[in-house]
Ligand binder design. Structure first.
Ligand code: FE2
Length: 510
């Protein structure tokens, strides 16, 4: 939405003064402008008009040329001594009585117009005058904002604990947006324990108390948008707020700032905001680089612990909702996680990787939270559009997990679990080794569990058929080694299944 002089309430924002010694003309001009949505002040005495301008701000002046006791050009000459900003439109009775061009230039009169019974030209001139005034206002706002940023930079760069830097960044940002409430979520690259999956949260206004306020606000859509903004390095505007990614000078996404913003404030300020946020990102980066934040900050560690816990709870809740949404896939993510974990161990992968696969299995379909229930339950063949919507669950899920850095290793599993070795999968059509091994494991066990479950459009396939389908897909859809490992591991499927059920039951009881 481009911001322009677009409605009457905004038109009334501009103060217009009309000066003409003929009350009849004064009256008709003000009626014409009133019908256009402008409100005006009318004055018949030019000397009085000069005095009025000394004490009151006006944006635009419509001024008659031939007046008594002084002519319009004299009025302008007086006004320009103390006011160079007001936009002046001079009205002339007759063309040959217009002031010479030299005078118009010298006095910085922006336009002149012949009086006539038709007001088209007059209205056009007023509209273009208001447009210029609006542009000047925008430029002024920008230059004020830039000044503010320049003044803020030394404060931000001062050596201080990271928590203070983040708070300072938010405090300097809010006046640019006319806002009270904001938070910043940033990856902690400086953590000495090298747990770079830690995120730091700092809020002000209604988010200042603790991280719970942030979590309370955080629906899955907001999570998805935060992740989306980070991944695509784009700002995302809402009705009442904006997410801006923090991208450092190396082009790495470090986190986001979210700020609530008044209606109509975003568009004009967006460029400023981007400048400001790039300064903010590099100052945070600098703080980390200089290891200013190495000393443990108890408050931030506590905040991180809560953030991690609450975020984990939120995603777990989303997962359970997704499982419950679709009766045909109930328990699916638990089983996929278990199968995948077992395959990982069987293939001799390190524990850290197996843990990634386990969590990836749990959350692989979490993006279906954004897929409509009707679509998930549809028995008939899906249309192309519907299938495209289903496919989006990979990207939505990846965005949900991208919001905070603690899941950064899991994101590719979620994003690519429907890719196929031959490049015909989605969302990106990755081929073979471009698909991470962890993801290739999830793809096999995901497909297996799907085949072993009833679906709204077919009954379950049965063990033998499912195993054969995996074999048939090995090398094209699935990783051959993963398929072989899985089939070997589940040779005695009854025993395997009993162990799995016992494991999942015991987990459910906890
Ligand atoms: Fe899926």
């Amino acid at each position: 939405m481009r911001r322009s002089v677009r409605d009457n309430s905004e038109k009334r924002d501009y103060k217009i003064i009309i000066v003409d010694d003929d009350p009849g003309i004064l009256d008709s001009l003000s009626s014409v402008l009133y019908r256009q949505g402008y409100s005006t002040t009318e004055i018949t005495n030019p000397l009085e008009a000069i005095d009025r301008l000394k004490i009151e701000h006006f944006d635009l002046m419509v001024l008659d040329y031939l007046m008594s006791p002084i002519h319009g050009d004299k009025v302008v000459e007086e006004i320009r001594k103390f006011n160079t900003e007001i936009y002046i439109l001079l009205l002339t009775g007759y063309k040959d009585l217009a002031p010479p061009l030299e005078t118009i230039k010298k006095l910085a009169i922006q336009g002149y117009c012949e009086k006539s019974d038709r007001f088209d030209q007059f209205i056009l001139l007023i509209e273009s005058g208001i447009k210029s005034i609006s542009q000047v206002r925008t430029i002024k706002k920008f230059s004020d904002g830039l000044n503010r940023i320049l003044q803020a930079v030394p404060n931000i760069y001062q050596l201080q604990p990271i928590g203070d830097i983040l708070e300072q960044i938010l405090r300097e940002l809010l006046p640019l947006l006319n806002s009270q409430n904001a938070f910043i979520l940033v990856d902690n690259y400086a953590d000495v324990s090298n747990e770079s999956d830690k995120s730091i949260f700092k809020g002000i206004g209604k988010y200042s108390d603790d991280v719970s306020h942030f979590i309370d606000y955080l629906g899955h859509e907001m999570m998805e948008q935060i992740g989306n903004s980070r991944v695509n390095k784009n700002s995302i505007s809402f009705n009442n707020g904006i997410i801006i990614p923090l991208v450092n000078e190396y082009g790495n996404s470090m986190g986001v700032i979210y700020a609530e913003v008044g209606v109509g404030e975003i568009e004009e300020g967006l460029k400023l905001l981007k400048i400001y946020c790039s300064i903010a990102a590099s100052s945070i980066n600098n703080a980390f680089l200089h290891s200013l934040v190495n000393e443990k900050n108890d408050e931030l560690s506590k905040t991180y612990g809560m953030l991690r816990e609450r975020y984990m709870d939120t995603i777990e809740a989303l997962r359970l909702v997704v499982d419950a949404k679709d009766i045909y896939t109930r328990g699916h993510s638990d089983r996929v996680s278990y199968y995948a974990m077992k395959v990982g161990h069987f293939m001799g992968l390190p524990d850290t990787i197996v843990e990634k696969i386990r969590i990836g299995g749990l959350f692989h379909d979490v993006g279906k939270i954004g897929t409509s229930d009707d679509l998930l339950a549809k028995k008939d063949k899906l249309t192309n559009v519907e299938y495209d919507e289903i496919k989006m669950h990979t990207i939505k899920g990846a965005h949900i997990l991208s919001a905070v850095s603690m899941f950064k290793d899991i994101v590719p599993i979620i994003r690519y679990h429907h890719e196929r070795l031959d490049g015909t999968g989605y969302p990106e059509g990755l081929k073979a080794d471009m698909i991470p091994l962890e993801t290739r494991i999830i793809s096999v066990v995901d497909a297996f569990d799907a085949m072993m479950s009833d679906r709204q459009y077919r009954e379950k396939l049965g063990l033998e058929t499912a195993r054969k389908q995996l074999e048939a897909g090995a090398g094209t859809q699935f990783d051959e080694k993963v398929v072989t490992s899985f089939l070997e591991l589940t040779k005695d499927f009854d025993t395997f299944q009993n162990e799995m059920n016992a494991f999942l039951d015991s987990k459910a009881k906890h």
